[in-house]
Design a binder for this molecule. Structure first.
Ligand code: ATP
Ligand code: MG
Length: 565
């Protein structure tokens, strides 16, 4: 029985190439981050695609290659974090870890080959002039006055560029293609520029650095990549990808670029530049703020690698850019955590309830199932019940509407894993009139005898025992932006004007059942009726527990939004 989905267009191409034996049966992909920022969930799509294809094909391999040819913005810390992120997602590059900066010698030699073939020249126009000469989409470019330098002159200048004889911007190496090409990328693109800057791996060995369009295709060729997958913005660059390989003499069958739609996610920005703006502007609490779509943020939010992978499976790979509904990601997270997160009781906005007919010094330790019946897992924990408990303040209403099936004066409700209680009296603060305590009675025959055996009442609410509960801080995270497309900002404002002011609500007086006390930071739970939570890997300490909400149980947002409009 094979119910597999039809292959996406990239997997179909790979399957064709395998079937036709185009690369001798080899499938070699690569994930090529530039180490200039932290990876985010958009990168997860590319990681799952590249590593996924390698795993799905016998003998398939996926390289992890750092595309590190820009000394000014790159750093070893981004290399380390990207490696950790790929591992966290569950993928393994084995010994296939590469750096474009290791290819600088080879790339230099390829550039010399182009010069010798009359296919590249040293240009000495200023950066501005080069831009000016390039023309526009509607107007062809003009040729640089330096375009006809002789091979000898070009070789000499290029060698001296490398030797450090010139200042930044004094010369560049350009491909000699066609200044009138309708594809702007082909109007003599820059291949090398001078940058007197230390590279995080090569130090001061080099002062000329190759550009993306030159580096990427050749790195792919050097590593014998078969399928070079990139996002749609690079569609026009495919022409230069092939041109470079053609002109340095790399013959087919060779690496080929195929583009796919990048991931855009509702209520989220996925560009390193914008994410940096959020962090540097202090608009979030760092790279691992649980509201950030970075791997670090997702981890701290409590998102599992399995749910990120199943999300990537769910959205598939397409050739048309679109925005993905964030509800899909939330669905994937809930779906996974439903199976993984044991149920516990936590009261986030406590209201004290005294069970007046329950003996003062009595404690009953109830065996409470940690999993609902439809999850195939065993396990219970001891839940203490006593005369004084906390319930959620909004599980009580003094004057409730008809459909409110929780606690109200004279009404009954079942305590999860506990008794049915009845509200007999409401105690208020004499000054403010605020409800500060409820006095209830209990039905002693109803402990842990839920329907169908026991008596049935409509509502079930969660609670904790005052004497046993552990104090906790609960951080309710929500979407970072309040509009699906954060870039859709009013005139004169940018995406930060769309930040959701309610994206973090901190509740400092929550109480959680004592069974969690020995669990390590990073433990995940379902707080019954509230959502999925993780004990904060950074801030949660014994005696000072902190929990982050990963996701609510249902899509409450849609309801709130609908009400608001
Ligand atoms: P950003 O736009 O966030 O700066 P980038 O494309 O510059 O991202 P790289 O480090 O160069 O970041 O990306 C590494 C790989 O991840 C590339 O192959 C790129 O196409 C892919 N990638 C980056 N962002 C996304 C995305 N949103 N969806 C799918 N793939 C992505
Ligand atoms: Mg990039």
């Amino acid at each position: 029985m094979d119910h597999r989905e039809p292959l996406d267009f990239i997997r179909a191409k790979v399957a064709d190439d395998v079937a036709s034996d185009r690369y001798g049966g080899r499938v070699v992909t690569r994930f090529p981050p530039e180490p200039n920022g932290y990876l985010h969930i958009g990168h997860a799509k590319s990681i799952c695609l590249n590593f996924g294809i390698a795993l799905e094909n016998e003998g398939g391999v996926c390289h992890l290659r750092f595309d590190d040819t820009n000394p000014e913005t790159e750093d070893i810390k981004y290399v380390e974090s990207a490696k950790a992120d790929v591992k966290w997602l569950g993928f393994d590059w084995a010994d296939k870890l590469f750096f474009a900066s290791d290819y600088f010698e080879q790339l230099y030699d390829f550039a010399v080959t182009l010069i010798k073939n009359g296919k590249a020249y040293v240009d000495s126009l200023s950066e501005n002039a080069i831009r000016e000469y390039r023309g526009t989409v509607t107007r062809p470019g003009r040729e640089s006055p330096h375009r006809d330098r002789t091979v000898e002159e070009n070789l000499d200048l290029f060698e001296r560029m490398r030797a450090g004889e010139f200042k930044d911007g004094e010369h560049v190496l350009r491909a000699k293609i066609d200044m009138a090409s309708p594809n702007m990328v082909m109007r003599d693109p820059l291949l090398y520029r001078i940058r007197h800057a230390s590279h995080y791996r090569r130090g001061d060995e080099w002062c000329i650095y190759p550009l993306y369009d030159f580096t990427h295709c050749l790195s792919d060729a050097i590593e014998d990549i078969t399928h070079s997958l990139c996002t749609l913005e690079f569609e026009n660059n495919r022409a230069i990808y092939d041109w470079v390989l053609d002109n340095v003499g790399i013959e087919p069958p060779r690496t080929e670029q195929t583009e796919f739609a990048r991931l855009n996610l509702d209520y989220t920005v996925l560009s390193k530049r914008r994410l940096i703006q959020l962090v540097q502007g202090g608009l979030v609490d760092g790279w691992d703020d649980p509201r950030m779509p970075t791997f670090a943020g997702l981890r701290r939010r409590g998102v599992t690698p399995d749910s990120v992978r199943s999300f990537c499976d769910m959205i598939g790979v397409d050739k048309v850019n679109s925005r993905v509904d964030i509800a899909k990601l939330e669905y994937a997270i809930r779906n996974d955590l439903n199976q993984k997160a044991p149920r516990v009781l936590c009261v986030t906005r406590p209201l004290k309830v005294v069970i007046t007919d329950y003996p003062e010094d009595q404690v009953e330790w109830v065996d409470a199932a940690s999993w609902p019946r439809d999850i195939d897992k065993e396990g219970t924990r001891k839940l203490p019940f006593s005369r004084e408990i906390y319930i959620e303040a909004d599980d009580f209403m003094e004057d409730p509407p008809k459909k409110f099936f929780r606690l109200a004066p004279g009404r009954e409700v079942r305590l999860r894993h506990g008794y049915i209680i009845k509200c007999e009296e409401v105690v208020k603060d004499p000054d403010s009139g605020e409800v500060v305590e409820l006095r209830c009675t209990h039905d002693p025959d109803t402990l842990s005898a839920p329907p169908p055996d026991g008596r049935k009442v409509k509502g079930v609410i969660h609670w904790v025992s005052v004497a046993h509960a552990l104090p906790a801080e609960v951080r309710l995270y929500d979407r970072l932006f309040s509009t699906p497309d954060p870039d859709d900002a009013p005139e004169g404002a940018d995406f930060t004007s769309n930040l959701n002011p309610g994206s973090l609500v901190v509740l400092q007086q929550a109480f959680i059942e004592p069974s969690v006390s020995g669990d390590p930071p990073g433990s995940r739970y379902q707080f019954e009726r509230l959502g999925y939570f993780i004990s904060d890997p950074v801030d949660s300490k014994p005696g000072a527990l902190v929990f982050n909400r990963t996701v609510t149980l249902r899509d409450t947002w849609a309801k709130i939004a609908a009400r608001g409009s």
